[in-house]
Write a protein that binds this ligand. Sequence first.
Ligand SMILES: O=c1ccc(O)c[nH]1
Length: 345
Amino acid sequence: MAISDYPFIEAWRQVLTLSRLEAGQTVTILTSASTHPQTLSCATIAAQSLGAIVNRLDLPPVNGEKALSRDALAYLGTTPLTGNHAAIAALKASDLVLDLMTLLFSPEQHEILQTGTKILLAVEPPEVLMRMVPTQEDKTRVTAAAAHIQAAREMRVRSAAGTDLRCPLGEFPAISEYGFVDEPGRWDHWPSGFALTWPNEGGASGRIVIDRGDILLPQKCYVDDPITLTVENGYAVRIEGGLSASLLDDYMASFDDPEAYAISHIGWGLQPRARWSTLGLYDREATIGMDARAFEGNFLFSLGPNNEAGGSRTTACHIDIPLRRCTVSLDGRDMVADGKVLDQA
Ligand SMILES: O=c1ccc(O)c[nH]1
């Protein structure tokens, strides 16, 4: 069902207030061909109602002919900002950027954040944004989990399906995604609600079983038959299984890039308002699948780049894979047991 403008404007006011937007500050709303018109209009009105100076920067889309998926998170690296010095200058001069286009995993995003500009990504449909309007409680829950990740030296993930993965930690920071940007230079994503980090370069090893019912993004499908990834020295060196494995393998081979097989971010979902089951209820191209990334108790891992964490590995291929029913432990302490989040205190 659609969302009315008034509550959507109020939701944006809540998120902008949580993001500490102040009267007189500059907000630049970044848009492109796939920006949702109601999100644009309600975000604009909300920012203006809080006294901000509001700009809109609309950029022509890129990569359409290169990507196999129209999902904004499926093909990374170059963005409409690449080489666009005038646009980058405008965003660096802004206090807050509302990214209704998707800059994630781009070098330009880091360059802009380093000037103190805050960036909030918000590209899910209004119904999903409204179902998961961020709260301080989300921040408390996610930052508590991220603190444990930050302090840990190893993440181990096991499941009855056969996953047994060890990831040495410490080389990269723990990241909290809780849906608003309340500090200078912060990036976040509304909706979200998960904590993550990256394994030490080349360190992840073991086996990951993507079981029946687990999810592949951007494919936005529930896996039919189990896929087994053999992980050695930080890379998935073998992809085995039936049709689901062959489809994943074919998609990844299209990038012709060995870096596509690297283990990227690892962590778990902490958003109780996100659901595993929604993927089948939306048109594939209507959402980027944040319910799947954020549902409470998932083990979310990713294949592809680590430049987001400050690493040197970039690749256009980015696949997010949330698994159910895993046990995630940090230095031997279970944080998620068989898909249930334990006390994160
Ligand atoms: O919010 C996001 C979205 C995708 C991703 O890979 C990480 N965080």
